[in-house]
Design a protein around this ligand. Structure first.
Ligand code: ATP
Ligand code: MG
Length: 413
């Protein structure tokens, strides 16, 4: 049965790999608390409109990558390709503007129909953050600081660069857009087909085209920086000054863009050269127009999302699994005693490996496999005396300990 393979672009997270991802998600959540961000979770599917309207009908995600289906009730449903739209939807449906500013982070699976390759899957995971209701640049600085803090805490900072750009406010953007359209129209015959289609609807997207011919044109295209009005320039200056205050270096990348109109000002990516072509680990920016585009109140927003699989590849191995204590009963009476003892130890917070069957040798092997730090051996003789043989599996030493004082003795090691 061929269908016993996982669906292309999906894969099973076996415990080892799962531990790395949990570590990343937990690091992000715990650091979030330090900045006042709390985790929230939206459904993994939404009405298709939530994404189609917000991601724009010319974006790759909407035109090529969405998992969309009709459910049994005839509703058009999409598995979320990202979480910002879902959180903006939830912000509106739950009247969250009452709680402004809203500071949330998230973790969960996302779905995009893409060509699977290293660092690119059809079901993948993101951690992310959204700050809603703060129009000041202090918000942008805070979410970038939070992202950098996670990358540092995961030990990845040495291999990461922050790339930064500004898209300006709507006025600057409109001015730049006109200049850009004129420029590309002058070279229409050299543009790729995709970019010709983008020219009217989404000209900024041409700037991050991967087509070689487009790239040559882009290299000579007018720069956004020359069309920023004063407000936009000030905003960007305050951002870079703020990053200076907290010692975060950045590299200007004038080609860093987001195609959609509700993005403005800050645009950034944390990138690495250690992952080959899929080098962007964390991407974000300001999206002051998003909530209103969806029909909610005018609300400022800024945030980022990071690919957990890409981070996991950089992190490598996760924290070691907890080393258990192996309980080894010999005989029926000891078996029963060990069952209650195991329960007691576990409730005291001590990890216990209690085999299911087998002789002493088999159980010792199992203890070894579980990387147990000690073995507690209880046979009928020991039981009669109320003691256990405690063997330190690293040092190889062994001693007799009263069963009643086991918790204390084990806790010390
Ligand atoms: P790319 O240019 O790599 O397609 P993107 O612009 O589509 O990225 P975003 O929508 O900004 O990516 O998502 C944020 C992050 O999520 C990316 O930087 C990446 O780390 C991760 N990511 C996006 N798509 C995938 C995927 N298909 N598989 C694994 N990780 C992904
Ligand atoms: Mg993509």
């Amino acid at each position: 049965m061929a269908s016993l393979q996982p669906v292309r672009g999906t894969h099973d997270l076996l415990p080892e790999e799962n531990r790395v991802q949990d570590h990343i998600a937990e690091t992000a959540r715990a650091i979030g608390e330090l900045y006042g961000y709390h985790r929230m979770t939206t459904p993994i599917f939404e009405f298709t409109d939530v994404f189609a309207r917000t991601l724009g009908d010319t974006s790759d995600v909407v035109t090529k990558e969405m998992y969309t289906f009709e459910d049994r009730g005839g509703e058009k449903i999409t598995l979320r390709p990202e979480n910002t739209a879902g959180i903006a939807r939830a912000y509106i449906s739950n009247g969250m503007q009452q709680m402004s500013p809203v500071k949330v982070c998230y973790y969960g699976p996302m779905f995009r129909y893409e060509r699977p390759q290293k660092g690119r899957q059809r079901q993948f995971h993101q951690i992310g953050v959204e700050l809603l209701g703060v129009e000041q640049v202090a918000g942008d600085i805070e979410v970038i600081a939070y992202g950098a803090h996670i990358l540092k805490s995961l030990g990845l900072w040495d291999n990461i660069t922050l790339e930064l750009n500004t898209l300006g406010d709507p006025e600057s953007r409109a001015a730049y857009r006109n200049v850009l359209v004129d420029y590309f129209k002058g070279h229409f015959d050299k543009l790729s087909e995709d970019s010709r289609n983008r020219l009217d609807k989404n000209p900024l997207r041409i700037l991050d085209s991967k087509d070689e011919g487009d790239r040559e044109l882009v290299a000579n295209a007018p720069l956004f920086a020359e069309y920023l009005n004063e407000h936009s320039q000030t905003f960007f200056k305050q951002l870079t000054d703020g990053l200076g205050d907290i010692g975060i270096n950045y590299q200007l990348n004038p080609r860093l863009v987001r195609g959609l109109d509700y993005y403005c000002h800050t645009c950034f990516e944390f990138v690495t050269s250690t992952l080959g072509a899929q080098g962007t680990v964390m991407a974000g920016g300001r999206y002051d127009g998003l909530v209103s585009t969806m029909g909610g109140p005018q609300t400022a927003g800024v945030g980022w999302a990071a690919g957990v699989e890409r981070l996991a590849m950089m992190v490598g191995t996760g924290p070691a699994a907890v080393r258990p204590v192996a309980l080894i009963p010999m005989g029926d009476a000891a078996e029963s005693r060990c069952r209650s003892l195991a329960q007691q130890l576990r409730e005291a917070g001590i990890a216990v490996e209690l085999g299911y069957a087998g002789n002493m040798k088999k159980r010792m092997k199992r203890a070894d496999k579980a990387n147990a730090k000690m073995a507690v051996i209880i046979g009928d003789d020991e039981l009669a005396k109320g003691v256990a043989m405690v063997r330190d599996l690293d040092a190889g030493e062994q001693r007799e300990v009263a069963i009643d004082s086991l918790i204390g003795v084990i806790g010390e090691r």
